[in-house]
Design a protein around this ligand. Structure first.
Ligand SMILES: CC(C)(COP(=O)(O)OP(=O)(O)OC[C@H]1O[C@@H](n2cnc3c(N)ncnc32)[C@H](O)[C@@H]1OP(=O)(O)O)[C@@H](O)C(=O)NCCC(=O)NCCS
Length: 204
C-alpha cells in the first residue's frame, strides 16, 4: 500500500494542489510556475545543460555532468504526495524552463520533507528562488503541515548550517525569508510537520 493510501485509510487528507502560479521577477520577466509532468524530461534536461557547474554542485552536492534517463524519470514521474515538484517557465516563452522546486518526504520520517530549489544562473538574484521555496511551503501548509520557525536542532545541524553558510550563501539568504524552514540534522534544509506523534510515525 502506498503511503498516500495508508494516510487515506487513517483519514489524513492529501488534497492534490495542481494549481499554477504566475509571478514577475524583479527585472520584469513574467514567470509561470506549474507542477512538473512526466513529459517535462526534455525541459529539465535542457535546463540542466544551461546550469553552471557551481550551481549543479550546490544542488546535487557532487559534480554532476548530465542527468541519466533514470534520474530524469525520478525527477519527473512523481506522485504529488510524497514527492512534489514544480517547474518555473518563462510565461512569454513556455518552452524555456528556468527553475525547479521540489520536496520529497523522507521515507523513514514522513513528517519531514526535504526541499530543493534550482534556478538557472542567469535568473538568480531576481526573487525566483524565494518564490519557488514559498510555493513548496504553501503547498505543504495548505495540506495541513505546520512549518516550524527557523531552528538549529543539534550540534550536527549546526555543522550543516555552517557548511551552508560557507558553500551556499544564496540559500542562506533565502531561508530567513521563508518564515519557517528548519535546518535538520541529516539533510540541510527541510520542511517539517511537527505535530505527529512518534507512534503515528512508526505505524506508516
Ligand atoms: C539558491 C537559489 C535557489 C536561490 O535562487 P534565487 O532565484 O537566486 O533566489 P532569490 O533571488 O530569491 O534570492 C537570492 C539571494 O541570493 C543572492 N544572489 C543569488 N544570485 C545572485 C547573483 N547572481 N548575483 C548576486 N546575488 C545573488 C542575492 O543576494 C539574493 O538576495 P537579494 O534578494 O537580497 O538580492 C539559487 O541560487 C540556485 O539555484 N542555486 C544553485 C542550486 C542551489 O544551491 N539550490 C539550493 C540547495 S538545494
Amino acid at each position: 500500500m502506498t503511503r498516500a493510501a495508508k494516510d487515506a485509510a487513517q483519514g489524513i487528507a492529501h488534497p492534490l494542489r495542481l494549481e499554477q502560479y504566475r509571478t514577475t521577477l524583479r527585472d520584469g520577466t513574467p514567470v509561470l510556475v506549474r507542477p512538473i509532468r512526466p513529459d517535462d524530461k526534455e525541459l529539465i534536461r535542457q535546463g540542466f545543460d544551461r546550469l553552471s557547474p557551481a550551481s549543479r554542485y550546490r544542488r546535487f552536492l557532487s559534480p554532476v555532468d548530465e542527468l541519466s534517463d533514470a534520474e530524469l524519470r525520478y525527477l519527473t514521474e512523481i506522485d504529488y504526495v510524497d514527492h512534489f515538484a514544480w517547474a518555473a517557465l518563462r510565461a512569454d516563452r513556455p518552452n524555456e524552463g528556468i527553475g525547479v522546486a521540489r520536496y520529497i518526504r523522507l521515507k523513514e520520517e514522513p513528517e519531514v520533507a526535504e526541499a530543493a530549489v534550482t534556478v538557472l544562473d542567469e535568473y538568480q538574484g531576481k526573487g525566483l528562488g524565494t518564490f519557488m521555496y514559498k510555493t513548496a511551503i504553501n503547498n505543504l501548509v495548505s495540506s495541513g503541515w505546520k512549518v516550524q520557525s527557523d531552528t538549529v536542532r543539534s550540534p550536527q545541524a549546526n555543522r550543516v548550517w555552517l557548511n551552508l553558510r560557507q558553500r551556499n550563501p544564496d540559500t542562506v539568504k533565502v531561508i530567513p525569508r521563508l518564515g519557517g524552514s528548519t535546518v535538520y540534522e541529516a539533510s540541510g534544509v527541510v520542511l517539517r510537520r511537527p505535530n505527529v506523534k512518534r507512534h503515528q510515525r512508526r505505524s506508516r
